[in-house]
Design a protein around this ligand. Structure first.
Ligand code: 13P
Ligand code: SF4
Length: 336
């Protein structure tokens, strides 16, 4: 069971003026023997002080391997839960417990259990962006950087349920020419890119390639020169020969691109009216430096998972880690 959220409501309304938040975070991470893990979609100021930045698979591996006593997870709840599933002896804190995910919300465990029951001859290959309960109901977890490697190992005649992201599932299904039963979830951030605005942007930047995350719908993927996970997109940004890159994923990743390649130009793909902030993940944005400081100071909000549920969910994550093999760091679904 997760800790009661109300009881974890700390002093976030207290005044933090006069406190050097960055220095305090540094002091606390040493005092607490804590490691700060951050996803590429975090605010730049959080990325800048993290010990490790990565995609979902890389951060899972880091969480499993660290000898720190505390993991401060700057990402969303399913990522912090994954860290706790893999490292139950560690204290795992998430700066804001409301940092959820639209894909997780789209897939209530009881409905997923019914779906599985209705398709008993299918295995459940499930995207890591889901609850611990759904992981416990799944056979193998995948991330966007491990999905292809894992799918390639599943016999052709094995029927598959893929959830909860229908766009990632559809992309894999088209690329592998393999039918899968898709759960109808979407990422609200990637769903918001506009094809019309993307085509206008391409016309304004002739020759600029488009790098897209596979959570994008097909009408965006169809215009992409490269499709991959966040770390795959970052690798592509570091190696593409041109001067300008159009980036169709959550725009906070552009911070790492600009740090690595200050002379190149990275443009976030536009949303519906060409200027909305609808491609900023509202869940990831809930984490702030102030909340990270409070979480390290008070060691809450903490992730707690009931042991039977954790062990059940760990099976499908372990399968992923075994089957993903050397894909960590590559982050690559590859060119289309
Ligand atoms: P990756 O970093 O694994 O590509 O995942 C993207 C994402 O949406 C995380 O929520
Ligand atoms: Fe979920 Fe999309 Fe936000 Fe990732 S970007 S956490 S998939 S809502």
């Amino acid at each position: 069971m997760f800790l009661d959220k109300a009881s974890q409501m700390t002093v976030q309304t207290e005044s933090l003026s006069g406190i050097d938040i960055r220095a305090e975070i540094d002091r606390l991470r040493k005092d607490r023997n804590a490691v700060i893990l951050a996803h590429y979609y975090q605010r730049p100021e959080i990325q800048d002080l993290a010990d490790y930045i990565g995609d979902s698979l890389e951060l899972s591996k880091k969480a499993a391997a660290t000898d720190a006593e505390v993991i401060a997870f700057c990402g969303v709840k399913f990522m912090a839960e994954t860290a706790k599933i893999l490292s139950p002896e560690k204290t795992v804190i998430l700066p804001d417990l409301d940092a959820g995910c639209s894909l997780e919300d789209s897939c209530p465990p009881e409905k997923f259990a019914q779906f599985r029951k209705a398709n008993p001859d299918h295995i459940a290959l499930t995207y890591i962006n889901c609850s611990t309960e759904v992981k416990a109901l799944s056979d193998i977890i995948v991330t966007s950087s491990s999905a292809e490697t894992i799918l390639a190992q599943i016999p052709k005649d094995q029927k598959i349920i893929f959830g909860p992201d229908r766009h990632l599932g559809g992309y894999l299904s088209r690329k592998f020419d393999r039918e899968m039963l898709l759960w109808p979830g979407v990422c609200i951030v990637h769903e918001a890119f506009s094809e019309t605005e993307l085509l206008k942007l391409k016309a304004q930047n002739p020759g600029a390639p488009v790098a897209a995350h596979p959570e994008c719908p097909p009408h965006i993927i169809d215009h992409a020169d490269y499709v991959g996970s966040t770390s795959g997109i970052l690798n592509f940004a570091k190696t593409f020969p041109g001067q300008t890159l159009i980036v169709a994923t959550e725009p906070h990743i552009i911070h790492q691109m600009e740090l690595a390649l200050p002379d190149k130009v990275f443009i976030g793909a536009p949303g519906a009216d060409g200027q909305c902030a609808c491609n900023i993940c509202p869940y990831m944005a809930l984490n702030t430096l102030e909340k990270l400081y409070l979480a390290l100071r008070d060691l809450k909000p903490q992730i707690e998972i009931e042991e039977g549920l954790r062990l059940q969910a760990k099976k499908s994550l372990d399968r992923m880690l075994e089957m993903a093999g050397g894909t960590v760091g590559k982050g690559d679904l590859g060119a289309r």
